[in-house]
Design a protein around this ligand. Sequence first.
Ligand code: ADP
Length: 270
Amino acid sequence: TQTLYVSARVAPLNRRLLLALVEDRTQAIRLDEVRRDFVANVSHELKTPVGALTLLAEAVADANDDPEAVGRFAERMQREGSRLTRLVQEIIDLSRLQYDDPVDSPEPVAIDDVVAAALDRSRVDAENREVRLAAGGAAGLEVLGNEGQLVIALGNLVENAVTYSPPNTRVAVGVRRRDDLVEISVTDQGFGIAEGDIERIFERFYRVDPARSRATGGTGLGLSIVKHIAASHGGEVGVWSVQGAGSTFTLRLPLHLPRAGQPPALDTSV
Ligand code: ADP
């Protein structure tokens, strides 16, 4: 009925414009659906930790003569609390991304800085989980965009690599130039991802193993944020994984060559 509405209204207009309007309208409906799904998912995801916190608070109240039990419940409350904080932060990140479009005010960003900042975010986590962090590859490359967003994107990939790896393994970030692209890859020796799940992991709130993801504070939003940031920088994110052996996530972004493509300066001295 939406399409009929559009075609009736624009009857006198030419066919191309009509198609454009129908496409616009279809896109608007799709966006609306995505938004509705998102709100439903967010409500569901928020209810879980809030419900757990309420139950745990009741348990603490009932167990006040058993300090050991109180300690145990308090620890779980802390875990649920930090999961809730992270979930809220990621929901804010995701909604802010929709307004803070890097295409509006792109700036040259040094990939070396993005890699260093992304690794810094996971250093404590990696140490706790006995995962070694390493970085290498091409230096001095730049892209155009928003540094803060790129750090969030690469930071999420590194954080996942650390989270989904057993102790005594390595997470390596590699940078290389491929024609007019910069490729930043994050390779782990972790659990890997089954073929059937690979296509879905970039969806909002999708988790291969919800119990494991929850236990490690995961929200299921990390990769959808990465995908969004890659796309808004004119790039993409891909994954290659072997279950039980490890995964490589690769962020591909258009390379920025500061002086490339500019005409030589005019010589006005003659
Ligand atoms: P989460 O907050 O659960 O980590 P993400 O969107 O970042 O959410 O990732 C979605 C799912 O993809 C995760 O729950 C996990 O099952 C899987 N995943 C992501 N990165 C890796 C990885 N490096 N190794 C194995 N599985 C991964």
